[in-house]
Structure formats: structure tokens, C-alpha cells
Design a protein around this ligand. Structure first.
Ligand SMILES: [Zn+2]
Length: 282
């Protein structure tokens, strides 16, 4: 007997960072998976308003939230956890052991950094997910499979694969219509990120939810998710090689991808890549 699961993706708006920090923060997704009686949330947002909207959707679903799964150890995907666990005390926050270890190691530093970046608008968070036992979360008896893909915009990175509806909740292994963040990794990691994208493609999904996406962009178009992310990383590798400086790299990437949201993510990625290149790490 198969139970049809449904998927509700919430994408936060593009956020302007304070002048002192500069630039913008990309729209970030949280995905609510629901069965007939239960719900599982993947990634928890970080700004009070967005966490409140996610909570409203959980309540409106009428389902019992059993788990909140965190894909990777970045504050934008898990700082809403403490608030959500207050509102849904029956839910268990979980992540794969490698991600739990990374969250434990970096939570203090991220609390300080995010308080400064968002001038107090980002929620503070001390909640740490528990290590998931095995690789399966059951949602009304249907299996959700958790897969460690290795490198994404950071490592370790994990995804959720929902075989019954052929959906991947991809965390930051996949971007959709938004400039991928390539400043937290380098030339040694970028080909590994492409390998992670290929692992997702090999599942032959019908739906792929990127961790950061244009709110208008479809989740059921592999050209916009898998092909876009793979192509963008490869173009960045090639244009870093061909460009004369970071401004030239930005101009070349804008030429390839004129419609991507958040140009500031491209600028940071280009400036960081060129700094490393000049320092001889490329
Ligand atoms: Zn992210």
C-alpha cells in the first residue's frame, strides 16, 4: 500500500544585509513533507518572520510534526530550530552524525556572526539536532532516505530522497535561479560539488528543491536545478581560468547568467576566488 506524500516549499524573500556588511542574502527554502497524519520539515529558516511562516504552514497542515531534518551546518538552514522546537515540542530535530558534529563545532561562532550580520533580526539558536539513527525517516510509513553527498557549497552536505514521489530536497547541493555561493569552497572542492550534483541526477528525480532558489522558479524542471547548478560551477571554473581579474570574472558570469538573483553572491565568490588565485592556491 502506498500513501501519497505532498510537498510544500516555503522560500524566504531576498534579504538586504546591513550597510556595514553589504550585499544581499539569497532566498532560502524550507520544505514541509506531509502524509495523511504526519509531517516532516526539512531545514528551519533563520529570520523570525520566516520561521513564523513555516510554523503557520505546519499548523495549517493539521499534521503532527514528527521530525525537523537539517541538511547542513549553516545558520540559514537551522537557526529557526530552537523556536520551532518550542512551538512543536513533540518534534525531534535530527541530522546525520557528520552534520551534527559540524553544528556543534561551529554553533558558537555562527551565533556571534549572525547576530552582527542581521542586526538582531536573525534568531539566536542553541538547539543542536540529534544524530539520526540510520538513514531513514518514516513519514506515515513511507521512507524518506537521507543521503550524504559530500561537498556542496560547504561540506558535509546531505539531501533527502523521497522515492515515492521521486523528490530530492537538496539543501545547498542545488541552487535554482540564484547565484551559487562559491566563496566557502575552492578549486579543489568545486569538481566534488559537481559530483554531488551528478549523484542527485542519478536518482532520476522528478522534483528537486534547491536550498536557495528564485521563489518563482519551478522545482520540477531539471534544467533549472541539476543542469543549472552543474553548468554554473563548471562555467565559474572555466571563467576563473580565462578572466583577468575578479571584475572580469563577474562580467563573464553575468553574461552567461543575466537573470540570476543575488549578484552580490557572485561578487563575493569572484573576489574570494581571485584572492586565492593570486595567492597561488589555484
Ligand atoms: Zn544556505
Amino acid at each position: 500500500m502506498s500513501t501519497e506524500l505532498t510537498l510544500d516549499v516555503y522560500t524566504s524573500p531576498l534579504v538586504k544585509l546591513p550597510e556595514a556588511v553589504g550585499g544581499w542574502f539569497s532566498p532560502t527554502t524550507s520544505t514541509l513533507l506531509t502524509g495523511p497524519t504526519e509531517a516532516v520539515l526539512v531545514d528551519a529558516q533563520y529570520l523570525a518572520d520566516d520561521v513564523a511562516e513555516v510554523a503557520r504552514r505546519i499548523q495549517a497542515s493539521g499534521r503532527t510534526l514528527t521530525h525537523i531534518f537539517i541538511t547542513h551546518a549553516h545558520a540559514d538552514h537551522y537557526f529557526g530550530l530552537e523556536r520551532l522546537l518550542e512551538l512543536f515540542p513533540q518534534a525531534k530535530a535530527v541530522a546525520l552524525p557528520s552534520v551534527v558534529a559540524e553544528i556543534k563545532a561551529t554553533n558558537e561562532a555562527q551565533r556571534t556572526m549572525w547576530r552582527d550580520w542581521f542586526e538582531g533580526k536573525a534568531l539566536d539558536n542553541t538547539a543542536i539536532p540529534e544524530p539520526l539513527d540510520g538513514d531513514t525517516i518514516l513519514l506515515d510509513g513511507e521512507e524518506l532516505k537521507v543521503i550524504e553527498v559530500g561537498q556542496a557549497d560547504v561540506a558535509p552536505a546531505t539531501i533527502v530522497w523521497v522515492p515515492s514521489i521521486r523528490a530530492v530536497i537538496a539543501g545547498d547541493a542545488i541552487y535554482n535561479g540564484v547565484n551559487p555561493f562559491l566563496a566557502a569552497s575552492g578549486p579543489a572542492e568545486w569538481p566534488q560539488w559537481i559530483e554531488s550534483v551528478d549523484k542527485i541526477a542519478a536518482l532520476e528525480p522528478r522534483i528537486v528543491v534547491g536550498g536557495h532558489k528564485n521563489p518563482e522558479a519551478p522545482d520540477d524542471d531539471l534544467a533549472a536545478t541539476v543542469d543549472f547548478t552543474r553548468g554554473y560551477i563548471q562555467a565559474f571554473i572555466d571563467e576563473l581560468e580565462a578572466s583577468s581579474d575578479s571584475r572580469d570574472l563577474v562580467a563573464r558570469m553575468r553574461g552567461h547568467y543575466p537573470h540570476n538573483l543575488n549578484p552580490s553572491a557572485l561578487v563575493i565568490s569572484a573576489v574570494t576566488a581571485w584572492k586565492r588565485k593570486k595567492a597561488g592556491h589555484a
